[in-house]
Design a protein around this ligand. Structure first.
Ligand code: T5A
Length: 215
């Protein structure tokens, strides 16, 4: 089972991914938790390059860097883990490229959106469940300021960019209602985690009920 977390910066994706991992491990599941951009040594190097390198790439080139990192991540970590029956929890995936590069930077340019969607279909893995966390931007900014880490190039972008990204995530969730589960993150972390765990447990129970088991 492949579970992804999406949403703007500071919405609590990493916190929720970690809490879900703890919940599933406690129930005896074998879990791999990872993130994008990154997740493998090569993809982490590309993460540094694209988030902190200060390079002025064309938008298509930037899309390709995210997908180059993703290919390494899928080929070396995600697909093998899924093939071994593990539950993979990933903090961001293709939807982030669509929201940030497609809607945020590309402002919905159909050529960029098409490119991202075409590359996305070639990754060979599709999330079974995607939790799309939403949080008003002012609340997210306050959480990030309280945490006090250095900003990457997207976090530092203007508010119009972040509005387009948030609208992009809304559009993505509306377009894939079977996969995407919108979650309000403007609540205590344990309340958010409770809702997420309930959804995942229900999905695992439904799968177990239809699984014929070993022949
Ligand atoms: N990107 C990524 C692209 O542009 N294209 C792509 O294809 C991909 C894959 C990634 C950046 O790259 C962009 C998107 C991003 O800008 P990142 O560092 O991985 O950079 O950024 P984020 O994924 O946004 O990670 P953040 O850590 O900034 O945000 P999270 O994970 O949403 O938030 P989290 O869990 O770290 O929480 C932030 C703070 O809030 C607290 C936490 O303790 C923490 O201090 N918190 C809460 N406080 C109160 N109530 C709650 N419910 C809380 N939940 C968490």
């Amino acid at each position: 089972m492949f579970i992804t977390f999406e949403g703007g910066e500071g919405a609590g994706k990493s916190t929720q991914a970690q809490l879900l991992e703890v919940h599933l491990r406690a129930a005896g599941h074998d879990v791999v938790r990872t993130r994008e951009p990154g997740g493998t040594p090569g993809a982490e190097a590309l993460r540094d390059f694209v988030l902190f390198g200060g390079h002025d790439l064309s938008l298509r080139a930037e899309v390709m860097v995210h997908f180059a990192a993703r290919c390494d991540h899928v080929d070396r970590l995600i697909r093998p883990a899924l093939a071994r029956g593990k539950i993979v929890i990933c903090d961001r995936f293709v939807d982030s490229t669509l929201a940030y590069q497609g809607y945020g930077l590309g402002q919905g340019d159909p050529q960029i959106v098409d490119l991202i969607q075409a590359l996305g279909t070639r990754m060979g893995v599709v999330p079974d469940m995607t939790f799309v966390l939403s949080l008003p931007r002012a609340r997210a900014r306050a959480r990030l300021a309280a945490r006090g880490q250095r900003s990457d190039r997207y976090e530092a972008a203007d508010e119009a960019f972040h509005t387009r990204v948030a609208d992009g995530f809304d559009a993505i969730a509306r377009a894939a209602p079977g996969r995407c589960l919108p979650i309000s993150a403007d609540r205590p972390a344990d309340a958010v985690a409770h809702d997420i765990a309930a959804r995942v447990d229900a999905c695992l129970a439904a799968r177990a009920a239809t699984d014929p088991g070993p022949a």
